[in-house]
Design a protein around this ligand. Structure first.
Ligand code: SF4
Length: 548
């Protein structure tokens, strides 16, 4: 009954049901020239006064009812990244293909869905679907995504569940034409922003905060603002973590929240002052030969048009609070942050770990791949020989096939297989970047003992994760975090290791060689740089629960 009441309220508020969404997002079976394309499948959700234009939509092949999260139970219990964003302004270049490769390099940031929108004058072409970048796009699709501007997105759901309708970029129309928005991060004032938009008769189609940001921009533009002014006004309505790329018919913009929690970089293509690339990480620039120019600063918006790049400080009280977990684990080791690759930083974490928590052992190795640089650093500082004790199956991705119960019990071996002859009779040190729930670590230790290791010592190159993240990383709720409930000694018992030690909080921050105040480390301390409203603390799927 409560559900019915909620549904009634939802329909009054103009929120569309799943069935209605299916109607609007039903497959289009052919795709002719973008200019001679079909009636726009984008639903009539425009704000009052908005113009309508055509958005060719490619066919849809996946089942939107499939929830990848539900079937990836065997996935490693690591925090999951929110998203990767990519943008390019490059007249006379194949922007769709560059966006494809940019997203390909950023695949580690989100594996649930991928999308690209291109602007060809006032026409927008978009394709998005569930799956990896290589599964979502092919040559034919990319050839149809024509234009001078592209916006791309890889998604892992942190607000809004894993459904095709929530895939990005979010493309909506305004009186000045369409905008396409890609977002990395999480807003913490989603409820308030949603209420404001619903009161303005905006018909939200998805359950993502990203769509709300897009509609906030559209609302300001439809009230008379130009793109730049409209975006800046909308950003003032957003609180939390957001690194955004927004395509328009006139140019592309990139913005970061006042704390710069999620990364976002600018590059140039062929050193051409009018060809710019935007990416979550520098690895998204490297893959297409773009040169790193600089970061988008916290509280900055850059606007790139045919006249070049202009910078706008939309927030007057920015501070640096980059997510330290980006540096420890999420971002690719070959990405550059603070003037060095993260590989170098992670090696220093390992050295510091060896200094803080030494142990006599025969071999040290990292949990592939993210534990390897720290294991090398640990070896260098401790003198314990570095080797490989675990081999990763590099071709394991997300699978729709459920393992059998007996396979599930072998657990970790689907991803990581111990090298028995290397481990037999040895005292081993295994280095991992973090422990979240501890379930994977326990299986791993068991597998090492079964392979013959005489002692298993675990070292973690970050402090205990005791608090959840609300800024775009899925670290589970607090009651699922093992270090929030147990002491290090009890965790060691639970994991059945001989010894366990974590890196200190000071060690983690000092190894950055930067101002230690310039990072968010709230999941280790509970000291959140942006206050978290009580209702937001409850669940990442709060929106679905409130509206289904
Ligand atoms: S809470 Fe943790 S994971 Fe989230 S932004 Fe801060 S450091 Fe990163």
């Amino acid at each position: 009954m409560v559900k019915d009441l909620l549904r009634g309220r939802r329909q009054e508020a103009g929120v569309r049901s799943q069935e209605e969404e299916g109607k609007y997002f039903s497959p289009v079976t052919s795709h002719q020239s973008p200019v001679t394309s079909h009636q726009s499948p984008v639903p009539s959700t425009q704000l009052p006064g908005a113009k309508t234009s055509m958005i060719p939509q490619h066919s849809i092949t996946s089942d939107p009812s499939i929830n990848i999260s539900e079937i990836s139970e065997n996935a490693c219990d690591k925090p999951e990244e929110a998203c990767g964003v990519f943008g390019i302004y490059a007249p006379e270049q194949d922007v769709a293909k560059m966006a494809y490769f940019g997203l390909y390099a950023l695949q580690h940031r989100g594996q649930e869905s991928a999308g690209i929108a291109t602007f060809n004058g006032h026409y927008v072409h978009q394709h998005k679907d569930m799956g990896l970048v290589s599964q979502v796009f092919n040559e034919t699709i990319l050839e149809e995504l024509v234009g001078n501007i592209a916006v791309g997105h890889n998604r892992y759901s942190t607000t809004g569940s894993s459904r095709k309708v929530n895939a990005q970029p979010a493309v909506i129309s305004t009186r000045l034409g369409h905008l396409a928005l890609a977002h990395n991060g999480n807003l913490v004032n989603t409820i308030q922003l949603r209420e404001e938009l619903l009161q303005s008769n905006v018909h939200l189609l998805t359950t993502t905060d990203s769509e709300m940001i897009a509609y906030a921009i559209a609302e300001e533009v439809n009230a008379g603002a130009d793109w730049l002014e409209g975006a800046i006004r909308a950003l003032h309505r957003c609180q939390g973590a957001f690194s955004l790329v927004v395509g328009t018919p006139d140019g592309i913009m990139a913005a970061r929240d006042p704390n710069g929690i999620r990364p976002l970089v600018i590059g140039t293509l062929d050193s051409d002052p009018v060809r710019y690339v935007l990416a979550s990480e520098t690895c998204g620039l490297d893959i297409i030969g773009a040169e790193y120019l600089r970061d988008v600063e916290p509280g900055e918006l850059v606007w790139i048009t045919e006249k070049g790049l202009t910078s706008h400080r939309w927030n007057q009280q920015p501070q640096r609070k980059l997510c330290i977990f980006e540096m420890i684990y999420f971002a690719r080791p070959d990405s550059v942050m603070h003037h060095e690759t993260l590989y170098s930083y992670r090696m220093r974490l390992g050295r510091r770990l060896a200094e803080e928590s030494p142990i006599e052992a025969d071999i040290v190795f990292g949990v592939p791949d993210s534990g390897i640089p720290a294991a090398i650093g640990f070896s260098q500082a401790s003198g314990v020989a570095y080797g490989e004790g675990l081999i990763k199956n590099r071709y394991v991705g997300r699978t729709f096939i459920q393992p059998t119960q007996s396979m599930r019990e072998t657990g970790i071996k689907m991803k990581l297989n111990p090298l028995k002859d290397v481990l037999y009779g040895k005292r081993v040190v295994i280095i991992d970047d973090s422990i979240v729930r501890g379930t994977t670590s326990r299986k791993l230790v068991k597998a090492l003992r079964e392979a013959g290791a005489s002692e298993v010592h675990m070292r973690i190159s970050s402090p205990p994760v005791t608090h959840p993240c609300f800024y775009g990383i899925d670290t589970d709720t607090q009651d699922q975090l093992i270090a929030a409930k147990m002491s290090v000694a009890d965790i060691a018992k639970k994991l059945e290791v001989d010894t366990l030690a974590y890196l200190s909080w000071e060690g983690m921050l000092e190894a950055t060689r930067e101002d230690t105040n310039s990072f968010c480390s709230a999941c280790f301390t509970g000291d959140y740089p942006v206050a978290i409203p009580e209702q937001v603390k409850r669940s990442k799927l709060m929106l679905e629960k409130a509206t289904v």
